[in-house]
Design a binder for this molecule. Structure first.
Ligand code: TRP
Length: 332
């Protein structure tokens, strides 16, 4: 059976974009793949995290996986830092990846911003750690949002160069699994920006902890334009806010945008927004409630993470043994 690896950063404010673009898609994969889902706390600290928040946010990612329907008996849920293979393999990959490759990473440029000299070395090496996450398990498929495609390309380049340099076929060449409608959920305040945990406006995102009233309020306040909904997807192209809301509706109802427009062509937002609110409360509300319930029982979540770490370590160990031998490290 092919193996899946994916990760979500425990940086707080988990939102609808994380759910529709990533976490929800993890659930269905469990029947066809062996799945490993990670809370990537080592990636999180590439930018400053308050330690108490990091602990809580790491549990929150695990709780979100569980609430969405990941089955911890079948799949592995764990925290990255509890399996040393990630750090070990990342170092080896730091010596395989080329500066030129990392210089092209758009996510680094975005996150480092204007003051690049002040970005952490870890932020720069982020993609190398991500390659290690995946390849420590020789995972073959990685479900991610559009924005992570470039990192997966780099993972493939690292695997290829490693295999080539050492004349082996140690690492598989991973395939991204990019999901359908609305994998890119945009800000409710600005349809040209991704929905983000770090947007200063709370109204830009619907989070896992929002209750019915909060969801309704945020959608009521969501930015739109003055026109009714068109009957054709093409006519949404230069209407980013309208396109975003239709996309969210489509993703939540598991239809295409075109299907949604078939039903709502000609409708004003005064009609469409309440319908979207109903749907969001119905489909996303219970997931958030379950996550909150799990967060009230941290010992339960920790036990699942511990079991996951043990199973993940058992999978990574033979890979690391093989890699270390290949590189020429002495056995301990
Ligand atoms: N970089 C990913 C993100 O920001 C998170 C991540 C870390 C990841 N390691 C991974 C995703 C390995 C998939 C596979 O969303």
């Amino acid at each position: 059976m092919s193996r899946i690896f994916s990760g979500v950063q425990p940086t707080g404010n988990l939102h609808l974009g994380n759910y529709l673009g990533a976490i929800r898609n993890f659930v269905g994969l469990q029947k066809d793949y062996e799945c490993i889902y990670c809370a990537v706390d080592m990636h999180a600290i590439t930018v400053w995290q308050d330690p108490a928040d990091l602990r809580s946010n790491t549990r929150e990612v695990a709780a979100a996986y569980l609430a969405a329907g990941v089955d911890p008996k079948n799949s592995i849920i764990f925290a990255q830092s509890t399996v040393p293979a990630h750090a070990e393999l990342a170092w080896i990959f730091n010596c395989v990846a080329r500066l030129g490759w990392l210089n092209r990473m758009t996510q680094f440029k975005e996150k480092a911003g204007k003051n690049r000299e002040n970005a952490s070395l870890g932020l720069y090496a982020y993609p190398s750690l991500m390659a290690a996450d995946i390849l420590a398990y020789k995972a073959t498929h990685v479900p991610v949002g559009e924005d992570q495609k470039q990192h997966l390309e780099l993972t493939r380049d690292i695997a290829q160069k490693f295999n080539n340099d050492y004349g082996t076929d140690t690492f598989p060449i991973v395939e991204p699994l990019i999901f359908g409608e609305a994998t890119r959920v945009m800000s409710l305040r600005d349809g040209s920006k991704k929905m983000s945990k770090s947007d200063p406006s709370d109204y830009s995102r619907i989070t896992f902890t929002d209750d019915r009233d909060a969801i309704a309020l945020k959608l009521r306040k969501a930015r739109t334009d003055a026109d009714p909904l068109p009957d054709n997807e093409k006519d949404l192209e230069d209407r980013p806010e309208a396109a975003n809301l239709v996309g969210i509706y489509a993703a939540l109802s598991e239809q295409t945008r075109q299907d949604v427009l078939k039903e709502y062509a000609g409708a004003q937002f005064s009609t469409f927004k309440p319908a979207l609110t109903e749907l969001a409360v119905d489909k996303f509300g219970p997931v958030g409630e379950e996550m909150k319930r799990l967060m009230d029982d941290p010992a339960h979540v920790d036990a699942i993470l511990k079991d996951g770490a043990e199973r993940a370590s058992a999978l990574a160990e033979p890979v690391m043994k093989e890699v270390k031998e290949t590189v020429g490290f002495l056995a301990p």
